[in-house]
Design a protein around this ligand. Sequence first.
Ligand code: APR
Length: 259
Amino acid sequence: MTSTIEVVVKIVGNSKRVVVFTGAGISAESGIPTFRDPLNGIWARHDPRKLETASAFREDAALVWGWYLWRRAQVAQSLPNAAHLAIAQLAKTGRVVTVVTQNIDDLHERAGSVDVIHLHGSLEQPKCFACHRAPTSLYLETKIVCEGVRVEPPRCPRCNGKLRPGVVWFGETLPASAWKRAVLAAKNCDVLLSIGTSGEVFPAAEIPIIALKAGASVVHVNPIGVSLSSSHELYLAGRAAECVPNLVSLIEIADKTAH
Ligand code: APR
């Protein structure tokens, strides 16, 4: 009986184009909380409508800006984990690997992945709430602000509007170019690895479905069971920092024996 991991190694081994689609779960082992974890998820402690919407920013810009500074400080204190590093390693096996992430941290980049597609924006690039321009040079405090501290947002150097985090809030559209690139990659890949996502937030959660419809295999990596809807979907049970490095090293061994 062939194990799931052996099937996945074979599928990725025979692939030329891989999309790696990630969610908060891949950063969990770097110490960054996920959103929907029932115990310590961000939304277990906060109401997203009070922090991740434009109306929340209008109501209390200092609360929202302070919260994102706290999240940015959390990321600054974290390191990419073995899963982030293994994904960067996979890109060195001669395959075209496109990383599409829902995460706003920079752990994929710090692990060595390039051209990462951020569907929900990034903590690194604030923009003006009024004129939407992103200031070219801005010193962003990475001092440790505690969760819940209100910090007045800096002002836009061009129009003096308040700066806001360069992330996609609930009710906002995804960056058009990021979405286009992600859909193109999903439509043209041989396999999509979906790592650490609940698949609850659309349209981002559409990406694995697009890949599946285009004939790719989709492999889910998650410690919690994922419901599979097609024979081309597989599920690797486990934590990303355990499963992904194991998978990539088995692929590298398979590559060596194949040549
Ligand atoms: N390894 C792999 N997966 C993990 C790990 C881990 N160590 N720990 C948790 N997970 C899984 C959880 O089982 C869950 O399925 O990661 C998933 C995290 O789900 P969410 O918290 O919903 O995060 P995500 O899927 O990224 O949410 C999507 O929702 O709130 C918005 O903008 C936010 O981008 C985010 C979007």
